[in-house]
Design a protein around this ligand. Structure first.
Ligand code: HEC
Ligand code: HEC
Ligand code: HEC
Ligand code: HEC
Ligand code: HEC
Ligand code: HEC
Length: 497
């Protein structure tokens, strides 16, 4: 047999190395072909294609080189291993059987490797993989996601999108993520990746294109005050979502104003972008105007150094799927559908209080929530404990459920660290700019009029007559705080509630 490679290559180590390298290379090529044919890119598959297999490939190559080096050394010492390789004689029945076994084994091995990598390839596409492989680490994001409007939208569709450039970026950061999980180097909580997120035009707008927005959306809210009777208050809001295509009809509203007609750029003072003293608007005619906060003290230098950002979807919808709700909101919701019985005195108050208490672990929270709620009724309404036992138990179960979905003590995640920028009740949100204290050169104020963003269609206080108006009713704050709700921001009081 004629040898293609130098003689020193034909030693057992180099041959093994060649086998390993060849197999890895084959699998890499196989996966690349799969990837090229797939409809969606499978981000984490890169961990196998671009990290694990290449490691084997390199190991194989190193083995080849080492084998050759060793062979040279042996030769220099006059102890070549040449001739030590087994000779295969297919005329010898023993050799023939062994050879057949070897061939069948190899083919099976190759087929299984290909099948295995295909399976791994499929699995890496699933959201289960994203959420569960890094179970503890991304448990909060995955849980919140499952209960969100995007529960069926793949992680990769927002976090990576399509196209080669982002594919490669995702591979690199994916590799780093795997490393940080394996070596416990990740931070708790995982920081929010707004800088690294792909621009919304290339992710969100693939499904929700701005010209598609139109009309308004009605939202109904029920609230329960923290008094003994859990007094109910309801509100109906017509959200002026608006938007639209100026070639097809009237345009107006939140999306139109912010995303289509004007280009808005802002300079935040903090990395979570909660303090925004400087906002620039560029109108359709190219004219610019700058709103400055009259309340926050800041210098022009700070603005120059700030990471300015063109406003897009994620500046308002920063939590479209990983939504950690404020306990008051979750409890109101479950009380309004009756899962937490509003006939239990002070239940709103107690439920919100136990949810807001810090706990060290989830188990600790589960036990303590049950204990505190029971203890409250034992201490204050002993007769209820017997008559309403089932209702108290089910309230406890529901409060525990709220906790499980919204609080993750092991990862230090809850609404507190991840404010939602839609709205203005529990975090600054829209009022980061629309606080009535941002003024431009010509004295125009960014309005915080209650009927600019939504129309207050109706409000109702417990058994009062419902007030209704298509033009918007005059807001009445559910408890008497005098004019404070007009002068202060809602979240100033409600954040800590
Ligand atoms: C609808 C789009 C969307 C989908 C689907 C989505 N994410 Fe996110 N994710 C985001 C956005 C937007 C942020 C940044 C939030 C911010 O800036 O406040 C984010 C942030 C994160 C963070 C950083 C921590 C945090 O909470 O801010 C992690 C981790 C994460 N996502 C994991 C996942 C996983 C795992 C999945 C799938 C189970 C997933 N995401 C699906 C949009 C999405
Ligand atoms: C793969 C398609 C897809 C992508 C990408 C996507 N969404 Fe969605 N989005 C959906 C679907 C489907 C719904 C649910 C529609 C429904 O319930 O009627 C939805 C619903 C929503 C809603 C309404 C939520 C509610 O409370 O009803 C908002 C807001 C939203 N998406 C914002 C975003 C933002 C911001 C991004 C980018 C970070 C994004 N979406 C990316 C498909 C997508
Ligand atoms: C200025 C803030 C702001 C920006 C920027 C913004 N939105 Fe919205 N969006 C809102 C508000 C407010 C609502 C109504 C929320 C509610 O009460 O449900 C809304 C509602 C939506 C809905 C739900 C519509 C429905 O009919 O239920 C979708 C989908 C959505 N936005 C997607 C987007 C996308 C995609 C972008 C980027 C192109 C975007 N938004 C940019 C504030 C914004
Ligand atoms: C980064 C600052 C900023 C944030 C945050 C912000 N806005 Fe605005 N908003 C502006 C600016 C600037 C204008 C344009 C003012 C102008 O026309 O000169 C505007 C205008 C509007 C208008 C049109 C007002 C009118 O008088 O016609 C609506 C509606 C609106 N915003 C809704 C929202 C909603 C809802 C949110 C929260 C989800 C929000 N905005 C968050 C800066 C902001
Ligand atoms: C810059 C736009 C904007 C202005 C001005 C504004 N709101 Fe809102 N408001 C919103 C948005 C957006 C939401 C929707 C939050 C959501 O989808 O959860 C909201 C929600 C609410 C809610 C329900 C809050 C909740 O989460 O339960 C109340 C109550 C409310 N607004 C009252 C007011 C009052 C009173 C004023 C006048 C002082 C006002 N708003 C001014 C944008 C605005
Ligand atoms: C000076 C402090 C203060 C300000 C400012 C304030 N509130 Fe309140 N608010 C309260 C107090 C106190 C309660 C009673 C809390 C309770 O009983 O649970 C309350 C109760 C409420 C409730 C019902 C209880 C619940 O489930 O959260 C709503 C809704 C509400 N406020 C909306 C608003 C809105 C919207 C604004 C801004 C326009 C606002 N508040 C501004 C102090 C304030």
């Amino acid at each position: 047999m004629k040898r293609i490679f130098p003689n020193s290559f034909y030693n057992i180590w180099s041959l093994l190395g060649a086998g390993l390298a060849g197999l890895s290379l084959g699998l890499i090529l196989f996966l690349l072909v799969l990837e090229a044919m797939a409809e969606h890119s499978k981000p984490y598959m890169g961990i196998i294609t671009f990290i694990i297999l290449p490691i084997f490939l390199v190991m194989g190559l190193v083995l080849i080189a080492w084998g050759i080096w060793r062979e040279h050394r042996l030769r220099a010492q006059g102890r070549s291993s040449e001739g030590h390789l087994p000779r295969i004689d297919l005329n010898n029945p023993k050799h023939r059987t062994a050879f057949s076994f070897f061939m069948v084994g190899t083919i099976l091995f190759l087929a299984l490797s290909a099948f295995g990598s295909f399976k791994a390839y499929e699995y890496s596409d699933s959201d289960q993989f994203c959420g569960e492989i890094c179970h503890n680490v991304m448990h909060p994001e995955y849980t919140a996601y499952q209960f969100s409007p995007h529960a069926r939208v793949g992680c990769a569709q927002c976090h990576i999108g399509s196209g080669a450039e982002w594919f490669v970026k995702a591979k690199i950061s994916g590799a780093y993520q795997v490393y940080s999980v394996l070596f416990n180097k990740y931070s708790k909580p995982i920081p929010t990746p707004i800088e690294n997120l792909r621009p919304a035009q290339e992710t969100c707008e693939q499904c929700h294109w701005p010209k598609h927005f139109f009309s308004e959306k009605q939202r109904h809210f029920d609230y329960f005050i923290s008094d003994e009777k859990n007094t109910k208050w309801s509100l109906n809001l017509l959200m002026k979502i608006g938007g639209g295509n100026s070639e097809q009809g009237p345009t107006s509203g939140i999306h139109w104003h912010m995303n289509i007609k004007n280009e808005i750029t802002y300079a935040p003072l903090d990395s979570s972008r909660q303090t925004i003293p400087w906002v620039k608007v560029k109108g359709p005619d190219g004219k610019e105007s700058i709103y400055r906060s009259t309340e926050v003290k800041f210098s022009d230098e700070q603005i120059d150094q700030s990471h300015k950002r063109r406003m897009d979807c994620i500046d308002c919808h920063n939590r479209p799927t990983h939504i950690y709700h404020h306990p008051s909101r979750s409890v109101n919701e479950l009380m309004s559908i009756g899962w937490i019985d509003r006939n239990l005195p002070f239940i709103k108050n107690v439920a919100v209080r136990v949810l807001n208490t810090p706990y060290l672990t989830n188990q600790n929270a589960m036990d303590s929530i049950a204990y505190q709620i029971r203890d409250f009724y034992k201490g204050n309404y002993p007769q209820l404990v017997a008559t309403h036992a089932v209702k108290i138990d089910s309230a406890i179960t529901q409060v525990q459920k709220i906790y499980n979905r919204n609080f993750f003590p092991e990862m230090r995640v809850s609404w507190k660290g991840f404010p939602d920028n839609i709205g203005h009740m529990y975090s600054p949100g829209c009022f980061r700019c629309h606080d009535g204290k941002h003024v431009n050169e010509s004295g125009k104020v960014l309005s915080r009029d209650c009927n600019v963003c939504h129309t207050l269609l109706a409000q109702k206080f417990e058994s009062d007559q419902q007030e209704v108006s298509m033009q918007g009713v005059n807001y009445r704050h559910p408890v008497d705080v005098d004019k404070a709700w007009m002068e202060m921001n809602c979240y100033d009081c409600h954040r800590e509630e």
